[in-house]
Design a protein around this ligand. Structure first.
Ligand code: 13P
Length: 259
């Protein structure tokens, strides 16, 4: 067994699963993972908004943390279709996912918006899970690191060390995500994570910068999870498709914890 490092393992359910399906999924995941050591694993699920209240009931008193997939930065106002921090507080979520690639690239969210959302999430005591990642075009121009620097610097802008230390980061290369995603190599992921760690240390100093967890996501599955989690700069995995079956997610979790 390697050093006992805390692992962050979570799934984004995207626009999948009804209320009933989410309840069944969470109940099963809860049962399957009940025996796992609390201090070595941060386990979280981010289902759709309409399921959150039911999901909160199923996860209450369990080790499974609950997140929302997005959030407006204002607490109320004329923002049709948006969900505010107050509303998420009322439901009782722990985590707010910010800037997922599908939000940035399908719905056109900017780095500045992600910054406002990170600040609002901190103000309301949620854990912001900030997603960053370069597109295929940016990778081909060899500006992946520059892209990640920009996304991190803008999203963390105006935060002090104490606030920055509460943020979780998920690196998800846009070209590696989803049905048409191409899994990234261990070498590639390793180089990007090392770069992001350097940026965070430059911004917030060694103590805080080295403490902010950086998760990897994009076509993670049972086969490649171990190779990815063994990368020294990878603190956890943020999984889509392969975690939407509770049994399979549980297998990935156990494999990762054995590393
Ligand atoms: P996949 O694991 O399905 O590629 O999705 C990753 C993701 O987008 C998690 O947010």
């Amino acid at each position: 067994m390697g050093e006992m490092k805390k692992r962050y393992l979570g799934t984004n359910l995207k626009m999948y699963k009804t209320i009933e399906e989410t309840k069944v999924y969470l109940q099963r995941l809860r049962e399957l993972t009940e025996d796992l050591p609390q201090e070595l694993l941060e386990l979280f699920v981010i289902p759709s908004y309409t399921t959150l209240e039911a999901a909160r009931q199923v996860t209450k008193g369990s080790r499974v943390k609950l997140g929302a997939q997005n959030m407006c930065w204002e607490k109320e106002g004329q923002f049709t279709g948006e969900i505010s921090p107050l509303m998420l507080k009322e439901v009782g979520v722990d985590i707010v996912e910010i800037g997922h690639s599908e939000r940035r690239h399908i719905f056109g969210e900017s780095d500045q918006e992600e910054n406002r959302k990170v600040k609002a999430a901190l103000e309301y005591d949620f854990t912001p899970l900030l997603c960053v990642g370069e597109t295929l075009e940016q990778r081909n121009y060899r500006i992946s690191d520059e892209t990640l620097s920009t996304q991190l610097k803008v999203a963390f802008h105006g935060l002090d060390r104490n606030e920055a230390g509460k943020v979780w980061v998920a690196y998800e290369p846009v070209w590696a995500i989803g049905i048409n995603g191409i899994p990234a190599s261990v070498e590639y992921v390793s180089a990007r994570h090392r770069h992001m760690r350097k940026v965070l240390v430059e911004l917030f100093g060694e103590d805080t910068g080295s403490r902010i967890p950086i998760l990897y996501g994009g076509s993670v599955n049972l086969e490649n999870a171990v190779g990815l989690i063994r990368i020294p700069w990878v603190d956890g995995l943020f999984i889509g498709r392969s975690a939407w079956d509770a049994e399979n997610f549980n297998k990935i979790i156990r494999r990762v914890l054995e590393c």
